[in-house]
Each structure stands twice: as C-alpha cells, then as structure tokens.
Design a protein around this ligand. Structure first.
Ligand code: UGA
Length: 435
C-alpha cells in the first residue's frame, strides 16, 4: 500500500517506520524542514529503542522517505494518516488547531479518492469535524472517507507495541475505506476491531483514562498502607493475581506523567463536561495523582527537616524509563520543588539529561556524570525514575560516597531489606510495614 503520514513526532515516525518495515511504501510529511533533512540522513530526533534501525533499514530499501510537502504525500498515497500534536489548553480541553490546519491542507491538494485517517488522540466527534473541513475546502469536490484509528503504543517500547499490537481499532462508516484499512494492517496479524468513528475516538480516551485510574487506585491504596503499616507491593500482588484485575499498571509510585495520561485525563473530563455528563471520577484520579508527589515531599521534609542547603542526589529525570522524554515528568516537578526549598540538587539520568538541559527544565540542579557521581556527599538519595541501570549500581560505593545513607525510593525499585542490610535508612511508597 502507498501511505502518507502527516506529522513525524513519536506516533507519526514510529507508525511510518513500522508500516514501511512490513512492506508498505511510506512517505512521512513534516513541516519542520530541519527535521525532514535530519530524518532523511538518518538522524532520529527521539530516543526510542529499535527505531533507528527500522528507519535506516527502510530508508535504504526506499520504502520510507521524508518530505515537507503535504501535496507530495497526498498525491503519492491511497491513505493519509494524520499524526500531528493535539496539545492541551489551559482549561484541559484539546487544542485542535494542528488537526484543522492539516485537514485544510489535505483538502487543498486532494485530487482523487483518499482515506484520511485520524491517528492523533482527539476528542470524540473530531472525525465529523475533519470530514466537514475537508468537504468545505476541497474545491475539486472529490470523494474521500475519514477514519479513526487510535494508537496505543507506549514510549520506550513503541516499535514493539506497534509491531505486535493487542488490537487494532478502526472506526469507519465506509466499506470502501475499511477494505483499504484492513490491507494496511493485514501484515500485523492482530485482531481488528471495527467500530463507528465516535466509538473509536472514545476508546482511546477511555483506555488511557482507565490506565490512569488504575495507577491512582493503587497510589490511593499506598497512602492507606502507610497509615496502616501494610505493604502496597504485597497488596498489588494480591489483587493483581485476580485475572479480572491484572497486576500491570498497579505499580505505586510518584504518580503518572508524560505527554499522554495527564493530557488525556484532562481532555476526557473536559469532553464529558461539554457533553453535559461530567466524569467526576476522573477529577479524583487527577487529585490523587498530584497528592502522591506532595506526600513524598512531606516524607523527605519530615526526615531531613529543613531542606535549605541540603545536598540531595536525584536519580531520574524522564517521565518513565527507556525514553528520553522529560515532558510532564514527575521527576522534574520533584527536582524543582527541592530546588525551590533551597536544596542543592545533583541529578543523573541515563537518557534525559540532554533534553532537560536543552528545555531548561530544572535550572539550578547540577547534572552529574554518573549515578554514583550524583550521590557525592549527598545527605539523601531520591529515586524518581526506575531505570534498570539504577538497580545494578554498587550500593557499597553509593554508601561510601554519600554523607548520610538515606534513600527515598519514589518507584519502589529497591528491595527494602537489602537496603537496610547495606546500612541505608530506606523509605519507599506505601511500604511502611515492610519488615
Ligand atoms: C500511554 C499508554 O500506556 C499507551 O497505551 C498510549 O498509546 C500512550 O499513553 C498514548 O496515549 O500515546 P506512555 O505515556 O508512553 O503510554 O507511558 P506508560 O507506560 O503508559 O506510562 C505512563 C505513566 O504512568 C508514566 O509516568 C509511568 O511511570 C506511570 N505508571 C505506569 C505508574 O506510575 N505506575 C504503573 O503501574 C504504570
């Protein structure tokens, strides 16, 4: 199949590369010429395991190319995917400016039948608006169909998620479009779920909000565990063993972050309000999420007392491991809180240092060369992102390097008894009952 993807961000780039890898001919369109030039010469602007190889392989095989021209993309494809950002507005609702702009651009160059697929995460009923816009701006009055095809990939394992999806959701009101969409996804050999457009759009927001809810649920339980001398890890194992519940996304911690959950939960709340069926449960999900960091900071203050001039090591900057993405990272909020209280913060992250420095996200913190270097003379070590690398650090050396051996583990990465045996005072999340 000939496919165009408009927008070469996380979703667009990974989708384009993986579509090419299964044999489709893909052109990725982006209005940022610097990015297009970089991609064409093999420079991947994000860290995503496996992506560089897939891009390189398919550019070399001439199945994948990059351009800044929407007309080029639309002319040379049967299907046009829209994968542009849908950022949040101050009131939580979604800014659909980019979607509208791309819909107009497509309309202006549309000369024959195309399927226009919305891959960006959008509020329900956006598909109707996209169709309306294309109809209004297409002077040639050609036939087209709009389809909703939400993406469920996770950063850090985006290539694997895309190549082996749990399901593919196609929201379409046209058999002609559906037949073409099925051809796109045939090579993935995954279950295809066909719905109407509105339901497909809702599936995406409902799925992300449910996962966020699961995280807030276990985080609320972690607070109860701390107050009742119980261990949240054991509670999560106990409830997660029930197949109806499942253990995944029951890891208590500093709360969810990143470019998806905070935005999508807020957007779903905003849509529900617009539809006059307010989803108030999700407001509580947000509240619990924010409270996790507050409780953790209180634990640090209660233990260290005044933070001013205290030297604190922080491991982690990214919103989760295996990514260099620092957007909406709880680790960054934590560091900024410590800095505001006058602490001297020494940070290390395996992949997030460059982006956080470039985006000036924690000005005032010292970026250390290694995990151990960050702990030099520190009065406490805070684990904010659960990178595997941190599990394998030599803690005998960490202890020697630190001024006072105290660990605040914001992701329950370490084993409390091992840390205690090694001579650390250990504080986790919801683990006050650990013996
Ligand atoms: C999320 C969804 O998992 C994807 O299915 C979806 O496609 C994507 O959003 C999107 O909408 O584009 P992602 O944001 O990459 O993916 O990351 P997750 O792995 O879901 O983690 C989100 C946040 O939740 C992270 O901050 C993570 O630390 C936190 N989390 C996750 C927990 O605190 N506890 C858990 O048990 C799991």
């Amino acid at each position: 199949m000939e496919i165009a993807i408009i927008g070469s961000g996380y979703v667009g780039l990974v989708t384009g590369a993986c579509f090419a890898d299964v044999g489709h001919s893909v052109v990725c369109v982006d209005n940022d010429q610097k990015k297009v030039d970089g991609l064409q010469s093999g420079h991947i602007p994000i860290y995503e395991p496996g992506l560089e190889e897939v891009v390189y392989r398919n550019v070399s095989a001439h199945r994948l190319r990059f351009t800044n021209s929407t007309a080029d993309g639309v002319d040379h494809s049967q299907i046009v995917f829209i994968a542009v950002p849908t950022p949040p507005q101050p009131d939580g609702s979604v800014d659909l400016t980019y979607i509208e702009k791309v819909a107009r651009e497509i309309a202006e160059v549309l000369k024959e039948y195309r399927v226009i697929v919305d891959k960006s995460t959008v509020p329900v009923k956006t598909g109707e608006k996209v169709a309306e816009t294309i109809r209004r701006y297409n002077k040639a009055r050609v036939e087209f169909d709009v389809v909703s095809n939400p993406e469920f990939l996770r950063e850090g394992c985006a290539v694997a998620d895309l190549m082996n999806p749990d399901r593919i959701v196609i929201g379409s009101n046209s058999d002609r479009a559906l037949a073409l969409m099925k051809k796109v996804y045939e090579p993935f050999m995954a279950p295809i779920m066909v719905t109407d457009i509105n339901s497909a759009e809702l599936i995406k927001h409902a799925a992300n909000s449910f996962l966020a809810l699961k995280i807030s649920y276990i985080n609320a339980i972690s607070a109860i565990c701390e107050a009742s001398d119980a261990d949240v890890e054991r509670v999560a194992d106990g409830i997660g063993a029930d197949k109806r519940i499942g253990r995944s996304f029951l890891n208590a911690g500093l709360g969810y972050g990143g470019s998806c959950f905070p935005k999508d939960v807020a957007a779903f709340i905003a849509i529900s309000e617009q539809l006059r069926v307010p989803f108030t449960l999700l407001q509580e999900v947000e509240r619990i999420n924010g409270a996790q960091l507050e409780r953790f900071l209180k634990k640090i203050r209660d233990t260290l007392w005044v933070l001013k001039d205290k030297r604190i090591a922080v491991w982690g900057l990214t919103f989760k491991p295996d990514t260099d993405d620092v957007r909406n990272s709880v680790a960054i909020s934590l560091i900024n809180n410590l800095l505001q209280e006058g602490a001297v913060v020494q940070v290390y992250d395996p992949k997030g240092m460059e982006k956080s420095a470039e985006l000036k996200m924690c000005v005032g913190a010292t970026l250390a060369k290694s995990a151990i270097a960050a702990t030099e003379n520190a009065e406490a070590l805070v684990l904010a992102t659960e990178w595997d690398e941190f599990k394998n650090v030599d803690f005998v050396q960490v202890r020697k390097s630190m001024h006072t051996p105290i660990i605040f583990d914001g992701r329950n990465l370490f084993d409390p008894s091992t840390m205690t045996e090694l001579g650390f005072r250990y504080f986790g999340i919801g683990r006050s009952g650990v013996r």
